[in-house]
Design a protein around this ligand. Structure first.
Ligand code: UDP
Length: 334
């Protein structure tokens, strides 16, 4: 029996593949390499280059490899891009997920772990850590596209012999501490990746999108979780389902947030590089403060984070960014 990882050549997916192989699982990856890289794949994984919307390839993989579980990462993840191009988000994140869920149900796959997002919550006025039972009010097509897939999973699990875990990620950052993989995205827009690139001189500086939010320093607050801690949650969630655990939704974050300026100042102090920071207008789709209450992940999965330390997250991200410079040639080709 093998585990199918969609998007396994991408940032979080490639960490997951290592996590699964380290735990002794057989892994099959399906990735179309639109943003991921084949070199990011752990050598022990079987690889199919293809699209999760391609039912033919899904059926072939599920049958050939006797897939027992699917961990579904493939999708589009940039909030502002989803605002400007919503229909591609509903295609990639919603319509194609429907195809994948149908293939899983009809192919007899019993367990499904889905990469969802804190963007399903939108802004909560009290700015307290958010629980899974909070009102769901996405403020971007990205959040809505993920929420719709959550709904499909819920209904499918009622109708079919199939269970799922929805993991709502907060802000994922950092790299594998052994630097076997990391975030390699071209044209990155996420704060920590952009800040590392600026600190290493790969960009002239960084814009801060909005300094007039109702927070202490006026910039948005996010709960940054180390990618290896996040991969570990998936494995625990899978093991729980394999031993009879029911379908569940769980937040993945540390329960405390940092403002944009706090992150940038920490990157500066770690690297000693005082790169230029420009105050810019707000970015559409941004919520003020997004911090997790991850009680369910702790209690249901016995999850104990190992890397809950902003400096450590930033140091692993910076080390990966440095290593990536030596792969720059590879980055120009898929
Ligand atoms: N951000 C910023 N400058 C950048 C990238 C991001 O000020 O170059 C801010 C962004 O407006 C948000 C926070 O950093 O308030 C986190 O954004 P990111 O894109 O990393 O993740 P998101 O929370 O949108 O998923």
């Amino acid at each position: 029996m093998s585990i199918l990882v969609t998007g396994g050549a991408g940032y979080i997916g490639s960490h997951m593949v290592w996590e699964l192989l380290d735990a002794g699982h057989e892994v099959v990856v399906l990735d179309r390499l639109s943003t991921g890289f084949q070199w990011a794949l752990a050598p022990g994984a079987k690889f199919y280059r293809g699209d999760i919307g391609d039912r033919h390839v899904l059926d072939e993989i599920i049958l050939t490899h006797r897939i027992s579980a699917i961990i579904h990462f493939a999708g589009s993840v940039i909030v502002p891009e989803s605002v400007s191009d919503p229909l591609s988000y509903y295609d990639n994140n919603t319509a194609k997920s429907r195809t994948l869920i149908a293939a899983a149900v009809e192919g007899g796959v019993k367990h499904f772990v889905f990469s969802s997002t804190a963007a399903v919550y939108g802004t909560h006025e009290d700015m307290k850590p958010v629980r899974e039972t909070a009102r769901l009010k996405p403020e971007s097509p990205y959040g809505t596209s993920k929420l719709m897939t959550e709904m499909m999973l819920k209904d499918a699990a009622v109708a079919h012999d199939f269970n799922y875990t929805v993991l709502r990620y907060f802000n994922v950052a950092g790299a594998d501490p052994s630097l076997r993989t990391g975030q390699s995205t071209r044209g990155a827009t996420h704060l920590i990746k952009v800040a590392c690139e600026a600190a290493l001189g790969k960009r002239p500086g960084i814009d801060v999108f909005g300094v007039d939010y109702p927070t202490l320093d006026g910039t948005c607050i996010r709960d940054y979780i180390h990618v290896s801690d996040l991969a570990a949650v998936h494995l625990l969630a899978l093991e729980r389902m394999q031993s009879g655990g029911k379908s569940i939704v769980a937040n993945c974050g540390y329960g405390h947030g940092f403002s944009v300026l706090e992150v940038l100042n920490r990157v500066k102090s770690i690297t000693g590089n005082d790169f230029p920071v420009r105050f810019a207008p707000r970015r559409s789709g941004d919520a003020v403060s997004v911090v997790a209450d991850s009680t369910i992940a702790h209690s249901e999965f016995n999850w104990i984070p190992k890397y809950d330390d902003l400096s450590l997250i930033l140091k692993t991200a910076l080390s990966w960014e440095e290593q990536l410079s030596s792969r720059e040639v590879d980055l120009s080709v898929s």
